[in-house]
Ligand binder design. Sequence first.
Ligand code: PLP
Ligand code: COI
Length: 364
Amino acid sequence: MSATIDIRHVPHASPTPADVRAGLIADPGFGKVFSDHMVTIEWSAEKGWHDGQLRARGPFTLDPAASVLHYAQEIFEGMKAYRTADGEVVLFRPLENARRFQRSAARMAMPDLPEQLFLEAVETLVRTDADWIPKEEGGSLYLRPFMFANESFLGVRPAASYIFCVVACPVGAYFKGGAKPVSVWASTDYTRAAAGGTGAAKCGGNYAASLIAQAEAIRQGCDQVVFLDAAEKKWVEELGGMNVFFVFDDGTLLTPPLTGTILPGITRDSIIRLARGQGMSVQESLYSFDQWRQDAASGRLREVFACGTAAVVSAIGTVRYKDGSFTIGGGTDGEVTRSLRTRLTAIQRGETDDPYSWRHKVAL
Ligand code: PLP
Ligand code: COI
């Protein structure tokens, strides 16, 4: 079995005309508009990875007994391609996504996709659909690599066949309010992940389990849910789709540690490095919801922000919970949040130097 395989190009019969595409990407929102193509690669126990194709985006044919439909063997990634001012197309730390995909696959008893094949699949799609990258400020092409079990078999065991696929989505801001601070609902009835579970893997099941809490957050008038730990319902973990940072009056930052129940965000890691690089102290420590409430009241806590690929860096202004609500820093976008967001997005978009070599240029 070879680690590298060719990705065969199957021409699209009727690509979207340029004027229609321009209309679609003018104000794409998040996750609603898709580019013309997708990459698929199959895996079977006999052949390993095989039949790589770049082809027109379209539906899969699945047997009703396909194991993903019953036992949810599915993982995914989220990453973005940006068009720089001088016309280059760049990805942000794509090998980190490839590695996290491998770790998610291992946890879900799925086959290992070589890093280079992951990268080649993503680059092939970006190169082909580069004209789908929105040009307006804040726009990017969101890439969604994913893998699922398609063996038709109802016994409970790891499947013997899988499909890996990448689709692309021109996107603007994740939150409708743009950079305006978001509100979060602290869920005490539902938790996201427990020790020994799949919290550190990017598997669809984690998100399925979070939807009822996210729906509750929306009912409570909040943008997102923030989860507490499953064992004590005490420690702040992360949001439904973002990690969280706290900024204190002495200039220090704190973010919950990677204990196995939260997703090791690539944005999280980048923020830690940028902040430490600027001489700030960043602790990866447990932080309780009670402490959060007290520190917001005393003014010791100055800013809180959420971060992730889709949401970038978003200030959290208001927190609601069963017994009340509180605001942080007057509910506005704080200085540290703003400066870290500006620095990160400037690196991602090629507007500044790249001291950590995070940009990955896609050959067009
Ligand atoms: N936490 C969860 C649950 C997520 O879904 C995401 C988004 O991918 C993140 C954190 C942030 O991860 P990253 O910065 O790698 O996008
Ligand atoms: C991402 O930021 O890439 C995510 O996966 C978060 C959400 C869209 C699920």
